[in-house]
Write a protein that binds this ligand. Structure first.
Ligand SMILES: *Cc1c(COP(=O)(O)O)cnc(C)c1O
Length: 376
């Protein structure tokens, strides 16, 4: 199934270009490729009726077990997770309040977060807070937040303390999660963590976070989905939002089934996945070393996760515009997306995680042809 071009039949019929994803687990490129096991669970679920409320609860329990948490709730994604976690701490389980969100004429409803955590992941995180009835309340400066800044925020009409664990967020100068939790708990505030793209499903709950949300389509490589895990009373408040703002964010039975199987498999899948990534990286390295104009090397993940990528730069002395190279990759009949956060500094990154071995020769050939043409 992996990399089978025949599996894009519907996309082809719609006239949508074939894509090779060498950039990472990007929601904008369709999240992830599902394993046979995940697909099978989704197929089974699709053909059966079920009591959705019971499925929601049981699946939440199982997700929580996988994360070492008290309870959990499947969601449409991590963005929905942020809105629902916010609604849970702003409205609780009170039906009148649940029904009036996102309008809230009561206090407290500040959601305090560090200035450098106001990320845009395709949409602004502060908008997700507002959707849940919260008032985004950044503290400190984008490159410096002190414990005093945090305390001042928690002393206001604060309903929760949001922490964004992400490569999108500023890390230098921010308070780390342990300090954030200590200060928030000292002020009696629940800590909400957006860990959308993180691989470690246990770490943040173990550190004492009260609610944590993850994206099911990112590290677990599940279908488009997400989940919240955490304290039992707060998960009950999250579930109460299903009769409010969580309704237009609902997740179907197929996605719930696929999500659970993907999350259950994450721990055991990791070793096999690392091996596959290593095979892709070394095949790429071997092939690209032969391309005169290019210099390749391994790069560790900027956010400290256990991910290795391949950086591609112009070899010293070669006149090659790396920006044009990245553009050229995206412009072909098969559109190849690389990780271009550092393209301005003359570097494109290749992320092996969403790739298959079949993509490798295509990518090498395109880089060879383009660097000959652009470098000219
Ligand atoms: C991807 C991402 C999201 C959104 O996740 P979805 O599952 O696509 O809704 C939220 N926050 C961060 C930090 C992300 O990286």
């Amino acid at each position: 199934m992996e990399g089978d071009p025949g599996s894009t039949g519907v996309f082809e019929r719609l006239g949508v270009a074939r894509v090779i994803n060498a950039s990472g687990r990007m929601t904008a490129l369709g999240g992830s490729q599902l394993s046979d096991e995940v697909l099978r669970a989704m197929g089974e679920a699709a053909r059966a009726y079920v009591d959705m409320s019971e499925l929601q609860k049981r699946a939440g329990r199982r997700l929580a077990e996988c994360c070492g948490a008290e309870d959990g709730m499947p969601t449409a994604g991590a963005a929905a997770g942020v809105a629902i976690m916010t609604a849970a701490v702003v409205a609780g389980t009170e039906p009148g309040r649940v029904a009036s969100l996102p309008d809230a004429d009561w206090e407290p409803r500040d959601i305090v977060l560090q200035a450098g955590h106001q990320v845009h992941f395709g949409a602004p995180i502060v908008q997700m807070i507002r959707l849940g009835g919260g008032r985004p309340t950044p503290v400190g400066s984008v490159n410096r937040v002190t414990a005093d800044d945090a305390r001042a925020g928690f002393a206001g009409p604060c309903a929760g303390a949001l922490y964004v664990q992400s490569h999108h967020a500023v890390t230098t100068g921010m308070l780390d999660l342990a300090t954030w939790i200590r200060e928030a708990h000292a002020a009696g505030m629940p800590v909400l963590v957006d860990a959308a793209a993180e691989e470690d499903l246990r770490r943040y709950v173990a550190m004492g976070a009260d609610l944590v949300t993850y994206s099911g389509g990112k590290a677990p490589e599940g279908p488009t989905s997400g989940f919240i895990v955490g304290r039992e009373d707060l998960i009950r408040a999250c579930r109460a939002q299903q009769e409010g703002i969580a309704r237009p964010m609902k997740i179907g039975k197929e996605a719930i089934a696929g999500l659970v199987v993907a999350v259950e498999g994450l721990a055991t899948e990791m070793a096999a996945r690392r091996k596959r990534c290593e095979a892709i990286l070394s095949a790429l390295e071997r092939g690209l070393r032969e391309v005169e104009a290019l210099e390749v090397s391994r790069e560790p993940d900027e956010a400290g996760r256990s991910i290795e990528r391949l950086s591609v730069r112009a070899r010293p002395g070669a006149s090659l515009d790396i920006q044009a190279l990245a553009q050229g990759l995206m412009a072909g009949e098969i559109r190849i997306f690389t990780r271009n956060h550092h393209v301005g500094e003359g570097c494109i990154l290749i992320d092996p995680r969403p790739m298959s071995l079949d993509d490798v020769p295509i990518l090498i050939e395109r880089l060879r042809a383009l660097s000959a043409r652009i470098g000219g």
